[in-house]
Ligand binder design. Structure first.
Ligand code: ADP
Length: 637
């Protein structure tokens, strides 16, 4: 079985490699055009700033080549002082101006680039936040995203490649064009008749021979270079594994590193990999390629360029020797021809990079193209001042994608406005699933959920979500200032945030915080960030729900991480905290639900009992009574 799946994986890798090699230039351009549109949409100005910088830096050397050739010619010829003076002035002024301009444009480009890097990260985050929740929870989406990250770590592959490639295309194009302009006279200026046998250099055969050498060399050198680059693509699978291991390393150094990692020396896994055939080490596949064919292709490419430069030198020097042009022009022609070769090689090399990158774009596109299958309505929830929102579950059944078992079955329930409801039941009885459906993280396969009599699918999703404030069991705070966490925004109403924190029982701790609402949570980004305890974090999460001031407040096991004192504090204040809101309170600790107006008991995905604490306790054969008795030994009262 193990061998079989190994073989299948190898076959898969082979197919992936073959596909990567077969990508046409057309396909590569099409894919990158799409990338470029997306990048421009997220970071307007990125291509303009990159293009300007590349254009100016590509042009600069030719200005210097041209002016120095004129100077040498003048020195070797008429030596007129005023001409020399103006040439020197022009050379100095242009060098200063171009250096300054290139520097400024480089700053602008780098600024735009770093902004763009964040924006591209955001693009994936936005997709994650906007896709159907079922896809957020699916391993396929996570696998695609991790492939995107691995490709990026592996060789910088992915969306971002389009920016340097664009820079190289502009540079290569402008550079090649300028070089051609400066080279034309090499072919058109004839050797004078007085040069004797050298007149033969005027023969078109020499012209064609030199052109042929130029074309062959400029074409062959990058072809060899691209052959070498292809080996990166071939090693991508090995590289992916290597990056996974490197990610494992980073978890060892993380602030959140667990004590058990230290205890059981988990580093052993990464170390074992590093000592064996790792992708980045001398025993890896890539190193073998570098010693073998990849290195050979590179060396051949460099050798071809060197031979071409030699041939050009000989031809140009012979023509100058024969008197076709002054010595100064030797600098110009040799400089221009070698630059022409370099620029064409850049252009062809860029095409190769685009082709290689196309294979790496596949997981990005696959991730970004995950469709939203859930129906999105457009009805407004008519923000009612009276907060008269009534929610009803009508015969709702649901099972998680790919699961056989129903997580909820035939659930009927109505929330009465302004009442406090408790949902209780053993672990796995369906309480959280019920909340997830209410918040439209999933749609039920059967039945309907109604808000004021209308199916919730028909409402605009954001509008509908504004009706609820939820504290999920696995809530997450972020490494940002406390106030920003509570408000979910960088700018917010400070009084309201402080009030929400106080209501959630965090008042005293807030006063003790070094910078109050501006105190940074956790140490991820700031040395003096504050690490809050599980219970404190839960209070902040509750404050976040209160800040939202939605008509419905849902607390999913909100006190699970609180100590008994803090728990009692939240309960005693619960009615004040919740005010006139409709509250749904989920817990498997029954003692905490006594104060609710109505209690619903879930069992194996079904509602089996409903009523007040006293009513339910009176039903001695009921589940509630059984659970109560089981827990009574721990909680009295
Ligand atoms: P509770 O909140 O009462 O502990 P849940 O609503 O979390 O229960 O779970 C109800 C059932 O659905 C359980 O059998 C659980 O295993 C299953 N379940 C919960 N979440 C998922 C999921 N994302 N995918 C598949 N099954 C799930």
């Amino acid at each position: 079985m193990g061998k079989n799946s190994d073989r299948m994986e190898k076959e898969g890798n082979k197919m992936e490699k073959e596909r990567a090699e077969k990508i046409t230039l057309r396909e590569a351009f099409k894919a990158h055009y799409r990338v470029a549109c997306k990048v421009r949409e997220r970071c307007p100005g990125i291509f303009l700033s990159t293009g300007l910088h590349s254009g100016v830096s590509a042009l600069s050397p030719y200005v210097a080549i041209y002016l120095s050739a004129r100077m040498i010619n003048e020195l070797a010829g008429a030596r007129r002082q005023e001409v020399l003076e103006s040439l020197v002035m022009a050379a100095l002024a242009s060098a200063a101006a171009l250096t300054l301009l290139t520097g400024l444009l480089l700053r602008l480009k780098e600024y735009m680039n770093s902004k763009c890097e964040m924006e591209l990260e955001n693009m994936y985050a936005d997709k994650m936040l906007s896709m159907d929740f079922a896809d957020v929870e699916s391993t396929t989406s996570h696998d695609l995203l991790s492939q995107v990250r691995q490709n990026r770590n592996w060789g910088g592959w992915g969306f971002k490649v389009v920016i340097p490639c664009f820079a190289h295309l502009v540079e290569g194009f402008i550079g090649a064009l300028s070089a051609i302009i400066l080279t034309v006279s090499l072919f058109t200026l004839p050797v004078p008749e007085s040069a004797g046998t050298f007149v033969v250099l005027n023969h078109p055969v020499f012209l064609f021979a030199l052109l042929l050498v130029l074309i062959l060399a400029t074409w062959l050198a990058p072809v060899c270079g691209n052959k070498a680059v292809e080996y990166w693509t071939r090693s991508s699978e090995e590289g992916k594994l290597g990056n996974r291991v490197f990610c494992a390393f980073s978890s060892l150094y993380s602030i959140h590193a667990k004590a058990d990692l230290r205890m059981y020396n988990q580093n052993i896994i990464a170390r074992h990999y590093m000592e064996s055939n790792n992708a980045f080490g001398p025993k890896g596949e890539l190193a073998a390629f570098a010693r073998g064919p990849m290195g050979a292709w590179r060396a051949l490419g460099e050798a071809i360029s060197a031979v071409m430069t030699g041939v050009v030198y000989v031809f140009v020097c012979l023509k100058a020797w024969a008197g076709a042009f002054g010595v100064g022009s030797i600098t110009q022609y040799v400089g221009a021809v070698t630059a022409l070769a370099r620029n064409i090689s850049t252009l062809l090399g860029t095409m190769g990079t685009l082709k290689s990158n196309t294979a790496f774009l596949r997981p990005s596109f696959a991730f970004l193209d995950i469709p939203n299958a859930m129906y999105q309505g457009s009805l407004s929830t008519e923000k009612r001042a009276d907060r008269e929102y009534e929610v009803e579950f009508v015969d709702v059944s649901f099972r998680y994608p790919g699961m056989e078992r129903w997580a909820l079955r035939h659930v009927n329930m109505k929330f009465k406005i302004g009442r406090k409801m408790a949902v209780v039941g053993e672990n796995g009885s369906g309480k959280t699933t019920f909340i997830k459906l209410l918040c439209r993280l999933y749609d039920p396969q059967e039945g309907q959920i109604l808000l004021n009599g209308i199916d919730i699918r028909k409402y605009d999703y954001r509008d509908y979500m504004d009706v609820f404030a939820v504290v999920f069991q696995d809530f997450q705070l972020i490494a940002q200032p406390l106030g920003a966490n509570v408000a979910g925004a960088a700018r917010y109403d400070r009084d309201r945030a402080a009030r929400a924190l106080t209501d959630a029982g965090f008042g005293e701790r807030l006063l003790a915080m070094p910078q109050g609402l501006d105190t940074m949570l956790y140490k991820d980004f700031l040395k003096d960030g504050v690490e809050v305890s599980g219970g404190e974090a839960q209070k902040i999460a509750i404050a976040r729900a209160l800040y939202r001031d939605a008509p419905f407040i849902i607390l999913d096991e909100p006190t699970a991480a609180l100590d008994p004192v803090a728990e009692a504090e939240i309960y005693s204040k619960f009615n004040d905290i919740v005010g006139d809101k409709t509250a749904i309170y989920i817990s498997h600790r029954l003692s905490s639900c006594k104060f609710c107006d109505e209690i619903t008991v879930f069992h194996k995905g079904q509602v089996i009992q409903q009523g007040s604490h006293e009513e339910l306790l009176a039903q001695e054969n009921g589940k509630y009574h059984e659970l109560w008795q089981a827990q009574a030994q721990y909680y009295t009262g």
